[in-house]
Design a protein around this ligand. Sequence first.
Ligand code: TXA
Ligand code: MG
Length: 319
Amino acid sequence: MTERLGPRDITRAASMLRDGKLVAFPTETVYGLGGDATSDQAVAAIFAAKGRPRFNPLIIHLADAEASAALVTFDDRAKRLARTFWPGPLTLVLPRRPDCPVSLLASAGLDSLALRVPAHPVARALLHTAAVPIAAPSANRSGRLSPTDAAHVVADLDGRIAAVLDGGPCPIGIESTVLDLTGARPRLLRPGGVPAEQLEAMLGPIAAPEPDVAPRGPGMLRSHYAPALPVRLHATTVAAKEALLAFGAEVPAGAAAILNLSPAGDLAEAAAHLFSYLRALDRPDLCAIAVMPVPERGLGRAINDRLRRAAADRLPRHD
Ligand code: TXA
Ligand code: MG
């Protein structure tokens, strides 16, 4: 049985993590499936609970930026980014130190490590109390939509993990931006909660993601974040038996079901609703989810990235 915990149970959740158990917890982006990153058994259990391919590495979550010094080589670019964007929805991929205590399984054989300091108060309290680096992929079964509230976690992982710590809905609702700093030029591996424009303002030009290239961005494989129904993008009209995921004030009529990401056209509001609305519209009595266009700027880039993956060919599934 998966125990249901609340923000008052931080000490219990932290000691479960220290005992090598798996605990899902809220972050400002999505819920994470946490395990002690220094334990091979705990990290292996994360892959097993998700059904995640072992070649897809995990993000390591830390209570503060100082904790990263023992794990990776932190260059000047990383220091500047951490000062501005940590705690927050930015993941930095950096060279692993030779004496890094994190399980090699978590980096899936790469000589780099992905690190993030989340901003959510429950995540911060948990990481601070556990006082070990916590490996945490999104707390969904591999290939499914990321969970933005505790009920989504339970729907995917009940009985497969020790506990879920309920901290309410995730305020940002879309995963962290993943930035690779192992090369001379920073490379965006996944658009996310920190818009790339903000990173470029600090770093100058950032190389684009290399689509479908393993192992640098194995989690970026095309089919990902997928609902069961087919997803139709750039919809300006809607067919009978289609659900409509709308955006903005002008919405076509005739949908069998409709949810509007943001009637006001606000991208932060749209990101916060994206995964829960896709889950809600993923109904067996409908034949497809039609999605209205979302502007390709700011958080819209991350939203469109997830929507393109949700619409991509379904096999094989990853993450
Ligand atoms: O917002 C988030 O990032 C959430 C919360 C829980 O922190 N976590 C999350 O984890 O989205 P996950 O495992 O679903 O996605 C992590 C992504 C994957 O695409 C993975 O391939 C990439 O980060 N990644 C992890 N380590 C890497 C590494 N060493 N090199 C390149 N990519 C890496
Ligand atoms: Mg994920």
